[in-house]
Design a protein around this ligand. Structure first.
Ligand SMILES: Cc1ncc(COP(=O)(O)O)c(C=O)c1O
Length: 390
């Protein structure tokens, strides 16, 4: 089972031993009967296999964890009720007061907000190393380095092998949020990153109908995250949601190919349009990190495109967005349906004007999550919407 497309279908799943059901059954139960006191004691002591309570482990969720561990090339994975629950559990599970956390931004605003709030309350120093570079930001107290595989909304990359090597030389674990790329496009663990995190809410689910998160990596690190995440945060994924993610991931490679094809067509169209000042897409030759993207990403450059209007103002962005028919105005991403948003007034409205400016989030910036519709139809929709500012 070496091809990702095959593993996306089969990894972690097998026909049910009792009924032969091919789709993994939803184990909708809180607790599991263990029969005898001694068998229960052995399960609780970790001396016998078996489930005890769904907050700690559940068969449907375990199948999803096994599938994602396989796709990311990790020994272990643990699933959560959201990407945010996964992030909280990594931070709470691996950091303690006095530690330092270094990130390379820009990060998803919710992640940076969580880090800063946790840092303030729990005495953890949080350093943004985007401008200084990682080497200058690492200190003897650094205990975690955080990076995203493609940044939001201007689609920049960090050299993951370089990040991993720098941190490893100091014995510091690294986390890569791989939400925008999925294992189809980027496999950070192969480049030396220690933990991969996803908001499964996006491409992994793929249909905009389930919220979830996952963390994959070594048994030791995932074990520590699981202990905090399930035992103390109680951020476990529900079995019905796990079923939806298992189903969604089966078609992930096919969907990602369609997202990448559509996004490249849209990016090329926008780059040639006179009403557009700049297009951010790593698959375009004019992207400042196109060479790194070619080296680091596989099979395509992702489904996210952002662009800045020549008339770089909110009224112009509104005129274009309000005219779109196929793209729905919404803030999520990775759905089969194409979505569009104005980051300055939505996803990035809670961050400071200074952070927005540093991240290139101007009033004329529009972010597209290119769905799996035919690229010609998406381009036609953008063409008619851009007439509003032509
Ligand atoms: C890159 C990234 N990481 C994490 C999250 C948080 O995920 P969730 O909304 O599932 O909590 C998001 C949400 O948009 C995201 O874009």
């Amino acid at each position: 089972m070496s091809h990702l497309r095959t593993r996306a279908v089969h990894a972690g799943q097998h026909p049910d031993a009792t009924t032969g059901a091919i789709a993994t059954p939803i184990s909708q139960t809180t607790a599991f009967g263990y029969g005898t006191l001694e068998h229960g004691a052995a399960i609780f002591a970790g001396e016998a296999p078996g489930y005890r309570y769904s907050r700690f482990a559940n068969p449907t969720v375990a199948a999803l964890e096994a599938k994602m561990a396989d796709l990311e090339g990790a020994p272990a994975a643990v699933a959560f009720a959201s990407g945010t629950a996964a992030t909280s559990s990594v931070l709470l599970g691996l950091l303690r007061p006095g530690d330092e956390l270094v990130f390379l931004g820009p990060l998803y605003g919710g992640t940076e907000g969580l880090m800063r709030s946790l840092g303030e309350r729990w005495g953890i120093k949080v350093t943004d190393a985007t401008a200084s570079g990682l080497a200058a930001a690492l200190t003897p107290a650094t205990r975690l380095v955080w990076v995203e595989t493609l940044t939001n909304p201007t689609l920049r990359l960090h050299d993951l092998a370089e990040v991993a090597a720098l941190a490893r030389a100091r014995g510091v674990p690294t986390v890569a949020d791989n939400t925008f790329c999925t294992p189809c496009l980027a496999r950070p663990l192969e480049l030396g990153i220690d933990l991969v995190l996803h908001s499964m809410t996006k491409y992994l689910g793929g249909h905009g109908d389930a919220t979830g998160g996952i963390v994959a990596g070594s048994e030791a690190l995932v074990g520590a995250v699981r202990k905090t995440g399930m035992g103390h945060v109680g951020g476990n994924l529900a079995p019905q949601e796990a079923f939806l993610f298992l189903r969604g991931i089966k078609t992930l490679p096919l969907r990602m190919a369609a997202h990448c094809e559509g996004a490249l067509a849209v990016a090329r169209f926008l780059a040639a349009h006179p009403a557009v000042r700049a297009v951010h897409y790593p698959g375009l030759e004019c992207h400042p990190q196109h060479a790194l993207a070619q080296r680091q990403l596989q099979e395509g450059f992702g489904g996210m495109v952002s662009f800045e209007l020549a008339r770089c103002e909110r009224a112009a962005a509104a005129a274009v967005l309000d005219r779109l028919r196929l793209f729905t105005q919404a803030v999520s991403l990775g759905d089969a349906d194409s979505l569009a948003c104005h980051p300055a007034s939505t996803t990035h409205s809670f961050v400071s004007a200074q952070t927005r400016a540093a991240g290139g989030v101007t009033e004329g910036l529009i972010r597209l999550s290119v769905g799996i519709e035919h690229p010609d139809d998406l381009v036609a929709d953008l063409e008619q919407a851009l007439r509003a500012v032509a």
